[in-house]
Design a protein around this ligand. Structure first.
Ligand SMILES: [Fe+2]
Ligand SMILES: [Fe+2]
Length: 210
């Protein structure tokens, strides 16, 4: 390993630790995604749409959490802006938005949510699932921003990486605010372990963001 590779690896490890994720994405995923650009952009577009709708649902379900409503309202706009940015990128490249796919990753995470607790418990589950999806998306956007061969796409993905990192932090902060630091930390660790297990079992596909 030369110095450059060593530094890159170091940096990568640090950033994954920062997000808390336990399992780094296999870098071969970028090559697969690159071969199926229309598919990966379609999947990405729907991820952004789902991110916007989950913020809207949180606002509808918890209008009493004033701080959360205030912080999530602009995120809805931002995520919808991301959806539009993906659409514009596809149009520019003569690619077509396909149909929405089954999101196995998110479905598995949703299965892990604790059901039947209080309304407050349910909020923590929802916020942590949002945080996790943002963290993994951020990790994957980072890989695309570093290794995809088209330099324009590297810039495109870099912008998403930065933005989703901010969202990840926001969801964690909201969880701490409403559920307390200790409870959030403990449940977050459980989610991280589960997420690594899900990632290990999911097939590495170039037509999926996760
Ligand atoms: Fe987004
Ligand atoms: Fe986001």
């Amino acid at each position: 390993m030369n110095r450059y590779e060593h530094d890159t690896l170091e940096q990568e490890l640090k950033s994954i630790q920062m997000l808390g994720l336990q399992l780094p994405t296999d870098p071969r995923w970028v090559n697969l995604a690159e071969m199926e650009l229309e598919e990966i952009l379609t999947d990405h577009a729907y991820c952004e749409q789902k991110a916007a709708t989950s913020c809207i649902s949180l606002i509808q379900q918890y209008p009493d959490k004033t701080d959360m409503v205030k912080s999530l309202a602009p995120i809805v706009t931002e995520e919808w802006g991301h959806f539009r940015a993906v659409l514009a990128e596809m149009e520019k490249r003569g690619l077509k938005l396909g149909r929405q796919r089954k999101d196995e990753y998110v479905n598995e995470l949703l299965k892990f949510q604790k059901k039947g607790g209080s309304r407050e418990d349910a909020l923590l589950e929802k916020l942590l699932v949002c945080a996790l999806i943002e963290a993994r998306s951020c990790e994957r956007f980072r890989l695309l921003s570093l290794y995809i061969s088209d330099p324009e796409l590297r810039g495109f993905y870099h912008r998403f990486m930065v933005s989703e990192a901010g969202h990840y932090r926001l969801f964690i902060d909201l969880a701490k605010q409403y559920a307390g630091e200790a409870k959030t930390r403990q449940r977050w660790q459980e989610y991280l372990a589960k997420e690594a297990e899900i990632m290990r079992e999911l097939e590495l596909r170039g037509d999926r963001m996760h």
